[in-house]
Design a protein around this ligand. Structure first.
Ligand code: ZN
Length: 411
């Protein structure tokens, strides 16, 4: 088979070979969207948009995996994003009465949404069900929707020191003054709401609004660290691990009062310049629970596979079949591998472009037809390479095959 793209030089090919030989393909983590590109919304699940390509939108799934996605309704931005902390196997703290933080956070978040909607705000929740979702996906959703406020709802665990007042702790971004003001208002409202009750509370020295850092200047919480441009705060209303507080939190009236307090804080944050109160100096404590990563997260299927058909001339197909056999792959795997290699090369060297020499699309006609089934996840490579060169999926698939035949011929 003749190599149809002369642009791909030997050194390029060697680079690819090295990259392939260390087997890093498909192990690069999804970065999640950082730009405010909006999100697609379907059945209550938000898919923040990472990139628009000619072959479809690249979004991230609840498990923070990039896929090509064609469903849903477009949501450009909202006033407020609420994040019910934890979910799925990540329970968060657990009360002695069996009340689980994961569930309580969602109950309160849904009440906050209702209250904010009644005040005329547009609202999005990072999750509306018991969904396993890494921190990176939660912050990708917030960044995609560029809200005026982003609040992560939690109920704390761990403290044992008796206190006459609720041990409310609110955390803000270390260097964003609006995040700090939001935290001060959340502290004021939530502390006051719970201070109307009397139970044997527990608290720590961090009772108040402060920043928890892993090292000087660096936020320990990913929720804050990944959203530097957004007024964000984490609310730990009370200590669910303290049995009397867990009992209190089973009461619907108390859940509603907490939701009302969070709503008032957000409303005051957006509609006034009130400074908030309860501020404490930032502190360094980098010991984290280790939850919130994408490890063990399993997505449900959000998109169908895509069948891409390419035709090869007889001599091309003979070289392709021989090269695939030499590589120990099926002809289908071999084509797919080639596209992932092209995508990886673009990731490692995004400045490489075709400005000096035009790359012409390979002809996709011939008498030997090969169809490859691409999962929504693997379509991302197809879409990125297609966008880069202005090629169709069939052309990209054939370009990948061409590259692989060439690489296999080197030795
Ligand atoms: Zn929590």
């Amino acid at each position: 088979m003749r190599f149809s793209s002369k642009r791909i030089t030997r050194s390029f090919a060697v680079t690819i070979s090295i990259v392939l030989s260390v087997s890093v393909i498909n192990t690069l983590p999804a970065t999640g969207s950082t730009a405010s590109m909006g999100a697609m919304l379907e059945n209550g699940i938000l898919f923040p948009i990472v990139e628009q390509t000619n072959l479809g939108k690249i979004v991230t799934t609840p498990c923070n995996t990039e896929i090509v996605y064609n469903g849903g309704e477009f949501l450009e931005s909202v006033d407020v994003v609420i994040d019910p902390g934890h979910g799925g196997p990540e329970t968060g703290s657990v009360g002695a009465n069996g009340l689980v933080e994961r569930d309580l956070n969602l109950i309160v978040a849904l009440l906050v949404e209702e209250e904010l909607l009644s005040l005329g705000y547009s609202v999005a929740l990072t999750r509306r069900t018991d969904l396993h979702m890494p921190i990176r996906q939660r912050t990708a959703i917030a960044n995609a929707l560029s809200p005026k406020a982003f609040v992560s709802i939690h109920h704390n665990g761990g403290a044992v020191r008796r206190s006459d007042v609720p041990g409310t702790e609110i955390f803000h971004h270390v260097s964003n003054p609006e995040s700090k003001r939001l935290a001060g208002l959340l502290f004021e409202e939530i502390f006051e709401a719970f201070n109307n009750y009397w139970v044997p509370w527990v608290s720590t020295v961090h009772n108040g609004a402060s920043s928890r850092l892993s090292e000087p200047g660096r936020d320990a919480y990913g929720i804050l660290r990944n959203t530097p441009e957004i007024p964000s705060a984490i609310a730990e209303a009370i200590y669910l691990s303290n049995p009397p507080e867990a009992e209190l939190m089973t009461l619907p009236e108390v859940q509603q009062n907490e939701a009302n307090a969070i709503t008032r804080a957000i409303h005051r944050f957006i509609s006034t310049s009130d400074p908030g109160s309860g501020f404490k100096p930032s502190f360094i404590d980098g010991v984290m629970t280790g939850t919130g990563s994408a490890r063990g997260c399993v997505d449900s299927e959000h998109e169908q596979d895509l069948e891409v058909t390419v035709a090869y001339a007889n001599d091309e197909f003979a070289s392709l079949t021989a090269a695939a056999r030499k590589a120990g792959m099926s002809v289908e795997e071999f084509q797919m591998f080639g596209v992932h290699a092209l995508d990886l090369f673009l990731k490692l060297d995004p400045e490489s472009d075709s400005s000096q020499e035009e790359i012409t699309a390979p002809a996709v006609t011939g008498s030997n037809v090969s169809t490859v089934s691409w999962s929504a996840e693997s379509q991302v490579a197809l879409a990125r390479v297609g966008e880069k060169y202005g090629f169709t999926s069939s052309e990209v698939q054939k370009m990948g095959a061409t590259l692989m035949v060439f690489l296999t011929s080197l030795d």
